[in-house]
Design a protein around this ligand. Structure first.
Ligand code: AMP
Length: 363
């Protein structure tokens, strides 16, 4: 398969009526503020929605057009793409869009102009590419172990794919690693085949900050838009039990994200947060052009030496942006009230459209 041809995307965009653009996305993940923000900036909105999942988009009145599909992955079907193009749609990607449309389709045959960099989506999905980008940026990431026999300190063990933290575990020795692998296989959370793909990294003990940035091509500036921290089941529940009882009940921790809450970081850490965002944008523009245009997120732990360590990144709107649909502590400083990530995306599209620069923010 050949890659989506940029000239063809630009010619589709050329055929769009600039006064009549639709902001479209898949109805899931962060679509509420993507659509709501687009309406606030004066766009028509469309949601591609799995049958039976329409209610939030109807009840919150965020979508003007509904494209109902049998299953989310139908968003890549020719007829759906046709409808999106006929509405002059610019698609805004998010985590569920990437998961359901699939990277191969997004890269090879999804001919709808997309906000941001469609090529960078693979870099956040594949752990080795993700680490390469973060290394290039020179930000602090957890140490990686290539062999379980080398485990010499607490490590976190992860498996590929979007499992939402299920099956992750912490171990402090090779023996403990082997025991826990056996227990995970027994529960059916992983298979024997997964074991070779286990990703073993230094366990960073600290507090969680997921830092949401927006890189504006229009202003050539990295904006700090918000921060959240995660609710994770069952580990959050587990730590509410006294240590003695934790040992007794023999529950294995899991890290399934169940929600997000907004947080503010100690002010003296903000220079570090800005520096990390700037570095990521610079590295991405070098190794995955056109770079990190639009929303991205660094998922971090801050240690007690006040070092921020990034264990994961998203190169598109991250789920934690749902904590600031009405604006955040940080987006307020730059934009005043009511600036969600979705609205920020729409604002960028609006400015680009008005100044005839849409081609710069679309892939
Ligand atoms: P992830 O799927 O990589 O986003 O990880 C899910 C959760 O596991 C995170 O939100 C953290 O609570 C925890 N976690 C992931 N990596 C590490 C790490 N290297 N050290 C400590 N905790 C981690």
């Amino acid at each position: 398969m050949s890659k989506v041809n940029r000239d063809e995307i630009l010619s589709i965009l050329d055929g769009y009526s600039r006064e009549d653009i639709t902001v479209a996305t898949l109805g899931s993940h962060t679509s509420l503020h993507i659509l709501n923000g687009a309406k606030q900036e004066g766009f028509r909105t469309a949601v591609v929605c799995e049958k039976g999942r329409e209610v939030p988009y109807q009840r919150f009145r965020v979508a003007d057009e509904f494209i109902i599909v049998d299953k989310f992955s139908d968003i890549v079907n020719e007829d759906v793409q046709d409808r999106l193009r006929s509405m002059n749609s610019i698609i805004v990607p998010h985590g569920s869009f990437v998961a359901y449309a699939g990277l191969d389709h997004i890269e090879n045959d999804f001919y709808v102009p997309m906000f941001g960099n469609r090529d960078i989506l693979r870099w956040e999905s594949e752990r080795d590419l993700e680490r390469k980008l973060m290394k290039e940026a020179g930000i602090r990431i957890p140490l990686k172990y290539t062999d379980p026999a080398e485990i010499d300190r607490p490590v976190m063990v992860k498996f590929p794919g979007a499992r939402g933290g299920r099956g992750y575990f912490v171990a402090s020795s090779t023996e403990e690693f082997n025991d826990k692998i056996d227990s995970m296989i027994e529960r059916g959370w992983i298979t024997e085949d997964d074991v070779d793909d286990a990703h073993i990294e230094e366990y960073v003990s600290g507090t969680n900050f997921c830092i949401h940035y927006f890189y504006s091509i229009m202003n050539d500036e990295v904006e700090l838009m918000g921060m959240d921290s995660r609710f994770e089941s069952n580990t959050d529940g587990l730590v509410r039990i006294p240590a003695r009882d934790q040992l007794e009940i023999k529950l294995d921790p899991s890290y399934v994200i169940t929600g997000n809450h907004p947080v503010a970081m100690r002010e003296s850490l903000l220079p570090q947060a800005f520096d990390m965002g700037d570095r990521m944008v610079e590295a991405a523009s070098k190794i995955v052009p056109p770079g990190m245009n639009g929303p991205f997120c660094l998922q971090t732990m801050c240690t007690d030496n006040l070092e921020i360590v990034t264990f994961e990144m998203s190169a598109r709107t991250d789920g934690g942006t749902n904590t600031f649909m009405h604006g955040s502590t940080y987006s307020y400083l730059l934009h005043g009230e009511g600036m969600s990530m979705g609205r920020r995306v729409a604002r960028e599209i609006k400015v680009a459209s008005e100044t005839d620069r849409l081609a710069e923010i679309i892939t």
